[in-house]
Design a protein around this ligand. Structure first.
Ligand SMILES: Cc1cc2nc3c(=O)[nH]c(=O)nc-3n(C[C@H](O)[C@H](O)[C@H](O)COP(=O)(O)O)c2cc1C
Length: 315
């Protein structure tokens, strides 16, 4: 017997597994996203603060490895979003995921091109608002996640969002194996999104230092930056991130940085982790589930192992 999924979106996209690789700025490259879609999940390219040309290049890189649908995550704080949406539409991308903001102004336009819109949300209020605006599903993301986070845990957020909306709810945050997937389904989710697990995959193009740091991390090896300054983000504990948190207490006395300074800080420090593997100044965004991840695997094996374990438990 096989567990019956109740998610028409995934059927529409022809996915074999109800598992999405979450968009990750810098780390969610076309190669990784294409590989996940090719193996039967849904890969999502993370565009962060990228300009249109780079987004187009990564969409083409995804198409080098798959003919299957994949998504693009648009970071709504970026100043390049209009041009990024234009590229997504021109290139015939099938799914847009959004993070850090309200995608409402773009939903009708994306739908008119047959593009599914799936925002990431950290609260019930936002989930309800997104449903009203007509999105196709929501990703309910708990604060266990790597990257930018809200304040609720996946365990508490997912069932409350499931009760509040009538669209598919995809659970994210702290899921690294089939036990997490099965638990998410028990909470009422009809799909899961994983980020950190896919950082430690063979197809992930993050620097070796980053992959090794995820594999080596233990349960308590992440911390949250931005608790004081805003833009809370979960990263691996490094000398730099520990120092950053200390420094925040001093910096709070000074005027709030402008948009350029924030982009430079966030985009720059993540790039230094992902591309350069720079332990001294990079921000190694990764989730609490890092402690559960002990080896690098090909994405096809991650999907297969995760889903077969989940299916056994669910059955
Ligand atoms: C390195 C990194 C970068 C991320 N960047 C983004 C992003 O640009 N936009 C977004 O919506 N989510 C982003 N995320 C969140 C992931 O898409 C995903 O929801 C999250 O990693 C799930 O939690 P997990 O890490 O516990 O699996 C990022 C996560 C990581 C680890």
């Amino acid at each position: 017997m096989s567990f019956k999924l109740n998610n028409p979106l995934f059927e529409k996209l022809g996915m074999k597994y109800p598992i999405i690789q979450g968009g990750m700025a810098w780390a969610g490259t076309g190669h990784l996203a294409g590989s996940v879609s090719e193996a039967g999940g849904l890969g999502i390219i993370g565009t962060g603060y990228w300009k249109a040309d780079k987004v187009r290049e990564e969409i083409h890189r995804a198409r080098e490895v798959t003919d299957k649908p994949f998504g693009v995550n648009v970071m709504l704080l970026s100043r390049h979003i209009r041009e990024v949406f234009d590229v997504v539409i021109e290139e015939g991308v099938k799914v847009v995921a959004t993070g850090a903001g309200d995608p409402s102004p773009f939903i009708d336009e994306l739908h008119s091109h047959g593009i599914l819109v799936i925002p990431v949300i950290p609260s019930v209020g936002l989930a309800k608002m997104m449903e009203k605006k007509g999105v196709d599903a929501v990703v309910a993301e708990g604060m266990e996640s790597g990257g930018h986070i809200g304040s609720l845990t996946t365990m508490t957020l997912v069932p409350q969002v499931v009760d509040a909306v009538n669209i598919p709810v995809i659970a994210a945050g702290g899921i690294g194996d089939g036990r997490g997937v099965a638990a998410a389904f028990m909470l009422g989710a009809s799909g899961v999104q994983m980020g950190t697990r896919f950082l430690a995959s063979e197809e992930s193009e993050v620097h070796e230092n980053f992959k090794n740091a995820v594999v080596k991390a233990k349960d308590i090896d992440t911390l949250v930056t931005g608790e004081i300054m805003g833009n809370r983000a979960r990263v691996l504990k490094t000398k730099m991130s520990k120092n950053f948190v200390k420094q925040e207490r001093i910096e709070i006395q000074k005027p709030k940085p402008d948009a350029d300074a924030i982009e430079d800080l966030e985009n720059g420090s993540l790039r230094r982790a992902v591309i350069d593997g720079d332990k001294a100044t990079g921000a190694f965004m990764a989730g609490q589930v890092s402690g559960l991840i002990t080896e690098l695997k090909p994405v096809a094996q991650i999907l297969e192992d995760t889903w077969s374990q989940a299916e056994d438990l669910l059955n």
